[in-house]
Design a protein around this ligand. Structure first.
Ligand code: C2E
Ligand code: MG
Ligand code: MG
Ligand code: MG
Length: 286
């Protein structure tokens, strides 16, 4: 009887696995059509300078407007695209779209207020041997200056070295700016600072949430700004949601921040409007 129970358990386990993978395959197939069907678009979240909150750059974030499910979170579909390999095609589309938009801003009013555009790149993309060449081609085609593009990579994507880290070095040699995203949450944050040619540390929201509270996370946020300063890296505090956090971050030395307190991710047209307003404003200021 025990043996039979065991068999049943195994059967049910397989059934659940199948249902799960059916969902995954279905979503993956829909994802395959999403680019051609124009269901994907990018939104842009301002990165600001403390304490005044003036925009200095933006991060491009992908959105999927699914015909049945509505807006699907990248937290859900990016991992699917990574597993089925579609992230390579999707990621290239995202890079091209973001660089085209950034080139338009670069040549338009208020461009001095948008020094850089950040694009998230997955480990899977970095492992493509010709990834840096693809980026070089996009920069050439769009006319965007390489240092104006920030490639955001996570520690876990590059910590094991190999092809991913090679790509980051190749991007660095192209003059592209490198940011370590969600910094402090990975396996070897500090070790990576010696092997990865980073220009920017994006200090993870989990540290920012606790800032000023005297907790361990608070101590880490303070230590990270000192490490960044010592290594002459820019630090950006991620996920700033309150004026209190912004004040405290500024007081302990943070110069840049990003979060709902300052601005949510918005369509490109809203960033264009902001830049126009900044340009008009700086005309009247002597
Ligand atoms: P991330 O790169 O760390 O992006 C920051 C995420 O935090 C974004 O979520 C943003 O909307 C959210 N956020 C910003 N400020 C705040 C805040 O004050 N409070 C809170 N609660 N959240 C805030 P989003 O757009 O849902 O993206 C989630 C993740 O999905 C990103 O994390 C990134 O890892 C991935 N992702 C998004 N777009 C892309 C993309 O184009 N390519 C790749 N490979 N990954 C992407
Ligand atoms: Mg990011
Ligand atoms: Mg981040
Ligand atoms: Mg994050």
């Amino acid at each position: 009887a025990a043996k039979d129970n065991g068999k049943q358990r195994v059967a049910r386990y397989h059934l659940e696995m199948d249902l799960h993978s059916v969902e995954e395959v279905r979503l993956g197939a829909q994802l395959r059509h999403a680019i051609d069907a124009s269901e994907m678009h990018l939104v842009y979240q301002p990165i600001v300078e403390l304490p005044d909150g003036r925009m200095v750059g933006v991060e491009a974030l992908v959105r999927w407007q699914h015909p049945q499910h509505g807006l699907v979170s990248p937290g859900l579909f990016i991992p699917v695209a990574e597993r089925n390999g579609l992230i390579v095609t999707l990621g290239e589309w995202i890079l091209r779209e973001a660089c085209q938009q950034a080139a338009r801003w670069q040549n338009g009013p208020g461009s001095q207020h948008l020094r850089r555009i950040s694009v998230n790149v997955s480990a899977r993309q970095l492992r493509e041997p010709d990834f840096a060449a693809t980026v070089a081609g996009i920069l050439r085609a769009t006319g965007l200056e390489p240092e104006r593009l920030v490639v955001e990579v996570t520690e876990t994507a590059v910590f094991d070295g190999g092809a991913a880290l090679e790509s980051v070095w190749a991007l660095h040699r192209l003059g592209v700016t490198i940011a370590l995203d969600d910094f402090g949450t990975g396996h070897s944050s500090l070790g990576l600072l010696r092997t990865c040619p980073a220009n920017i540390l994006k200090v993870d929201k989990s540290f920012v949430d606790e800032v000023g509270g005297g907790s361990d996370q608070d101590v880490i946020a303070t230590a990270l700004i000192q490490i960044a300063g010592g290594l002459r890296l820019d630090a950006i505090a991620e996920g700033v949601e309150s004026a209190g956090q912004a004040d405290h971050l500024h007081r302990i030395g943070y110069r840049y921040a990003q979060g709902f307190h300052f601005a949510r991710p918005v369509p490109a047209a809203e960033i264009t409007e902001l830049l126009r307003a900044e340009a008009a404003g700086s005309l009247v200021v002597p």
